[in-house]
Write a protein that binds this ligand. Structure first.
Ligand code: M1P
Length: 270
């Protein structure tokens, strides 16, 4: 087997991180302190990020300074891994529209826009459907909401169940579409083919000489351990599938400070 990471203290240990609520606060930038800790961690083991957001947003949150952030992680997965980088180089991927087809997508988009048009919300902003490579992201309030409006919507949603009711309506309307609806953030939910959750990223972490086909453990992929850190690890959260996957050791965190504390306890980091 070719060992690509022989410069690390633990070359067969992979640490994967969710972004929002794990490496940074929701839609905010990673702190310089955590950025420096990740650089230290990278001397110990192999590191990667598995975000639900698209690459632009993950970059906004993880890039500090002018150095391209994709070169500061061994693996970067955006849109659950549908946009993937290994050692700073982009890998081939599938697309949501290619999988679903234009006609089915148009029916889905029309239903969502009609549904949103009839919602009674305290405020509504713009960009209700964001079309991405590996998924669509649907937001009842609109993705142009400010940070304060996001926080207010998240609270409102907790008592009015806007997103979960919307998802139930979509499931009832399109029972044969084979889609997963995942409420991973504050103001929206992601829609993608079943199986294209964050475990999709594991397809691309296979070391040379190993095969992802029928892999059941980290060692099937060539690793001693694959750690995954996420905040939404509960059933229905967008970190749940990869957290529960038998190939990973899951760690639930409550916020970026907690992630840092857990890393310091697990690895030899000051
Ligand atoms: O990473 C979690 C989620 O972050 C954003 O959600 P929201 O805008 O609702 O806070 C989105 O980018 C979403 O796709 C992603 O899953």
């Amino acid at each position: 087997m070719v060992n690509q990471y022989s410069d690390r203290a633990h070359p067969r240990t992979l640490c994967l991180f969710d972004v929002d609520g794990t490496l940074s606060l929701a839609r905010q930038t990673i702190t310089p302190e955590f950025h420096a800790l990740l650089a230290k961690l990278r001397t110990q083991c192999v590191i990667g990020v598995v975000g639900g957001s698209d690459l632009k947003k993950v970059r906004e949150q993880l890039q500090i300074g002018s150095k391209d952030f994709t070169s500061e992680f061994d693996y970067v997965f955006a849109e659950n891994g549908l946009t993937a980088f290994k050692d700073g180089t982009q890998l081939d991927s599938q697309s949501f529209i290619g999988w679903l087809g234009e006609e089915k997508y148009k029916k889905l988009a029309r239903f969502c826009l009609r549904y949103i048009s009839e919602l009674e919300l305290p405020v509504m902003r713009g960009t209700f459907i964001e079309f991405r490579n590996g998924m669509i992201n649907v937001s009842p309030i609109g993705r142009n909401a400010s940070i304060d409006e996001r926080i207010a919507f998240e609270q409102y949603d907790k008592t009015h169940n806007i997103r979960s009711t919307f998802v139930s309506a979509l499931k009832a309307q399109f029972p044969d579409y084979g889609l997963t609806y995942s409420i991973g953030g504050q103001i929206s939910f992601d829609v993608f083919p079943c199986g294209w959750d964050k475990t999709y990223a594991l397809r691309n972490v296979c070391l040379p000489g190993f095969s992802v086909e029928a892999s059941k453990t980290a060692s099937d992929l060539g690793w001693d351990a694959i750690h995954f850190f996420g905040d939404k690890t509960y059933k229905g959260g967008n970190d749940n599938e990869i957290f529960e996957d038998p190939r990973t050791e899951g760690h639930t965190v409550t916020n970026p400070q907690d992630t840092m504390a857990q890393l310091k306890a697990l690895f030899d980091l000051a």
